[in-house]
Ligand binder design. Structure first.
Ligand code: IPM
Ligand code: SF4
Length: 773
């Protein structure tokens, strides 16, 4: 536990410790969000081990990534609605699992369905001071409420389902203080892109970022969510903002927020959730709010963010930094851009307003205001508005925004992840260029060969009208609009705030009359009994085990790159599986195979000679495995035969995911890698990675090239092949003790009056499943 003045992160962390052992903590998880892509293997693991979901009342599931965003007017069921076989299988598998384990589920016939990070806050499932996880990297979004929210891999999803806890090490505290005010027309999306441009995609590695300062306090909840959403793009484990009056006003009256006396108790506690004066931050950065201008990305990493008034970088200016020069050259080539061209001269083909970053009601209002009374430019082939949830869609329609968009030539879609990731039919064609409000511009992210420019909703809307990237300030000037008020010009009917729409969709008394099978009665708060319940098989603490890792000798493949994201390690089309095996075919797919012929590209290291047998990968640059939480990345490496990756640093979630699969992600100083280890790999010679003696050796000469240390608990689990779920379940008494503490100290987090009992799709009277679809 932290002593002395504590940060917001320290406070929430300390309040959730079930067990501490030498720097390794078992943390209780208050809220677990589940979606179809990262859960099938977790539920399969539970089933195989005969385990149940510990807290069905703290778990909420939906489908979002794989679903088409076409009209649901004729929707009957998931099986008939989704054409793609693998997408359909993932969705129906989730549907079966929520039935089997008795979980709450918002399916496509439920107005509350939407992107997992939009629906949690909307329902009041997300609350200040809670720990929130999801098998999705953008779980950081929920930190906007002063929650400790972070993405996890599928093995951890299984761990949370089974134990309602997670094993954690303490992250570093980082503060990004935004002083002063943002200038008129500048949004939190510009601010977060600006910040990532400054700190880089590895800037927050190993940290939890607290965003603070006047400019942050002035942001609405929707705007705060956009900021925290992208803290993962800054490499952080989580982002958070202290809860305040804005937070409480947003939450009050939400269906799952506490009510009555519990609300008062909760607010009293929530008001204590701020960093103490004198609390120590390991990294403290100040950004001047007034320095932030409309910001867009030009390249293939979120850190390639520049003011819209700038020029595309020139590799010739980076002769002093060869890594950077190579990265810029590669990005320019992929993006089809010329060095030194004005960013505003970049002509676009498509526009996507959507994603968990920017598909909330305020985002749609901002975009609608820009396009009202206009038509999209002739060169824009397609412009899509994809609301973040069914309730955002209803609200927007209530305000007439759908009509504004349709009149301007936009498509008005149903809720889902859509073109943010292209796991569904909404994708870019090769070489198409998109102005996008999403969060990732990686190669192939929105479709193989597609080119993404990240920006705010207002800027994406302006680009749709002008046909090229546009400075929103100039656009507003031409329109004689005041940028300070432009985003809210479209009137909001006072009778229907988003929370009221959300509220109207759920009536607890009606749900109580529902005939949904209820797994088991919830004990009253403070009764001392475990309040989790499930109709699934009883818990088992049998350890199923992971492959052991002791000493590994094998060929090491060299990869001279930085910031290798998990989208590159395994692209989205390979995530549509319900298995953990057979993924090597997708490993580094875009780099290994020609997209048209499917033939191997001879230039990629894993297609060359001895490296086809690689057991180890040696990466020269930092931040390997950044981005998405997909555990498919380590699964694919392991399936290929690579059990150890050596790099100067790793993306947090990839790092953890590797250990859970009996693999070793090994952090070694960059100089040592470049001078001692990489040459052996480049010569096609074998290396030995010895976890027992913590050494990397030249396998032929046995010379020690590097020594290393690995967190003791993780090393112990790897060497002995221990399954962490089995280990954690042995701490049942500590978990029950914590649950008793939680029931008595933080009662608003419990079942009973504040949390609804589990509900199954299509079973709640009063919820407009068919609405106007
Ligand atoms: C599918 C999921 C693992 C992934 C994530 O973790 O971020 C996705 O949401 C993404 O945005 O790439
Ligand atoms: S980043 Fe995109 S794909 Fe991932 S959860 Fe958000 S909207 Fe969905």
């Amino acid at each position: 536990m932290a002593s002395g003045p504590r940060t917001l992160y320290d406070k929430i962390f300390d309040d959730h410790v079930v067990k501490a052992d030498n720097g390794t903590y078992v943390l209780y998880i208050d809220r677990h969000l589940v979606h179809e892509v990262t859960s099938p293997q977790a539920f399969e693991g539970l089933t195989n081990a005969g385990r149940k979901v510990r807290r069905v009342d703290c778990t909420l599931a939906t489908v979002d990534h794989n679903i088409p965003t076409t009209s649901r007017k004729t929707y009957k069921n998931l099986s008939t609605f989704i054409d793609q076989d693998d997408s359909r299988l993932q969705c129906t598998t989730l549907e079966e699992n929520v039935k089997k384990f008795g979980l709450r589920f918002f399916g496509l016939d439920d107005a509350r369905q939407g992107i997992v990070h939009v629906i949690g806050p909307e329902q009041g499932f997300t609350l200040p001071g809670t720990t929130i996880v999801c098998g999705d990297s953008h779980t950081s979004t929920h930190g906007a409420f002063g929650a400790l929210a972070f993405g996890i891999g599928t093995s951890e999803v299984e761990h949370v389902l089974a134990t309602q806890t997670i094993i954690q090490n303490k992250s570093k505290n980082m503060r990004i203080y935004v002083s002063g005010k943002l200038r008129p027309g500048i949004t939190s999306k510009d601010l977060i892109l600006h910040i990532i441009g400054q700190i880089g995609t590895a800037g927050g590695t190993g940290c939890v970022i607290e965003f603070a300062g006047e400019a942050i306090e002035e942001l609405s909840m929707d705007a705060r969510m956009s900021m925290c959403n992208m803290s993962i793009e800054g490499g952080a484990r989580a982002g958070m903002i202290a809860p305040d009056a804005t937070t409480f006003a947003y939450l009050k009256g939400r269906p799952l927020a506490p009510k009555g006396e519990l609300w008062n108790q909760a607010v009293k506690y929530w008001k204590t959730l701020k960093s103490d004066d004198g609390a120590k931050f390991d990294i403290d950065i100040t950004i001047k709010g007034e320095d932030v201008v409309p910001t867009v990305t030009w390249g293939t990493s979120p850190q390639d963010a520049l003011p819209v008034t700038s020029k595309v970088p020139d590799p010739a200016d980076y002769a002093h930094d060869q890594d950077k020069q190579a990265a810029i050259t590669r990005s320019l080539d992929y993006m089809g851009l010329k060095a030194n061209m004005a960013i505003q001269d970049i002509v676009i083909d498509k526009v996507f307003v959507g994603s968990c970053t920017n598909a909330r009601i305020e985002d749609l209002r901002a975009a609608a205001n820009v396009v009202k009374g206009k038509r999209i430019a002739g060169n824009v082939k397609r412009a899509m508005i994809v609301p973040g949830s069914g309730l955002v869609k209803l609200q927007a329609e209530h305000e007439g925004l759908d009509k504004v968009f349709i009149d301007a030539g936009f498509e008005w879609r149903e809720a889902g992840c859509s073109m943010c990731l292209g796991m569904n039919p909404d994708i870019l064609s090769p070489q198409e260029r998109c102005a996008s409000t999403s969060n990732r511009n990686f190669e192939g992210r929105q479709g193989a060969g597609g080119r993404t420019h990240l920006m705010s909703p207002a800027m994406a809307a302006a680009a749709a009208i002008t046909g090229h990237i546009t400075d929103i300030r100039e656009y507003y000037k031409d329109e004689n609009k005041d940028p300070a008020t432009a985003a809210i010009e479209i009137s909001v009917p006072s009778s229907a705030s988003a929370s009221e729409v959300a509220e109207s969709e759920y009536d607890e008394s009606e749900a109580d009359e529902d005939d949904t099978p209820v797994p088991a009665a919830e004990p009253a708060a403070g009764s001392g009994e475990s309040s989790g319940s499930s109709n699934a098989p009883a818990a088992s603490s049998v350890s199923t085990g992971i492959p052991k890792f002791t000493v590994l000798t094998g060929i090491a493949a060299p990869l001279e790159r930085s910031n290798v994201d998990t989208d590159a390690i395994i692209p989205k089309q390979f995530l549509k599986t319900i298995k953990r095996t057979g993924l090597s075919a997708g490993l580094f797919y875009a780099e290994r195979f020609d997209p048209v012929t499917g033939k191997e590209k001879p230039g990629f290291v894993l297609n060359q000679g001895v490296y086809r047998q690689a057991r180890i990968m040696v990466v020269s640059g930092p931040n390997f495995g950044c981005g998405s939480s997909r555990e498919h990345a380590p699964w694919a490496l392991a399936d290929f035969g690579i059990k150890c990756v050596i790099a100067p640093s790793f993306g947090d979630i990839f790092f953890t995911n590797s250990f859970k699969n009996g693999m070793l992600p090994l952090v070694i100083a960059q100089e040592t890698i470049i001078s001692k280890i990489l040459p052996v790999a480049q010569a096609g010679k074998p290396l030995t990675v010895d976890l027992v003696s913590q050494q990397v050796r030249d396998a032929e000469t046995d010379a020690v090239l590097a020594t290393f240390t690995v967190d003791e608990f993780r090393r112990h689990c790897l060497i002995n092949g221990l399954d962490e779920i089995g280990l954690t379940l042995q701490s049942e008494a500590a978990i029950q003790k914590y649950e008793h503490y939680r029931r008595t100290t933080l009662p608003w987090l419990e079942g009973g009056s504040t949390l609804v009992r589990p509900i199954i799709q299509g079973k709640i009277p009063g919820v407009p499943h068919a609405v106007e679809w």
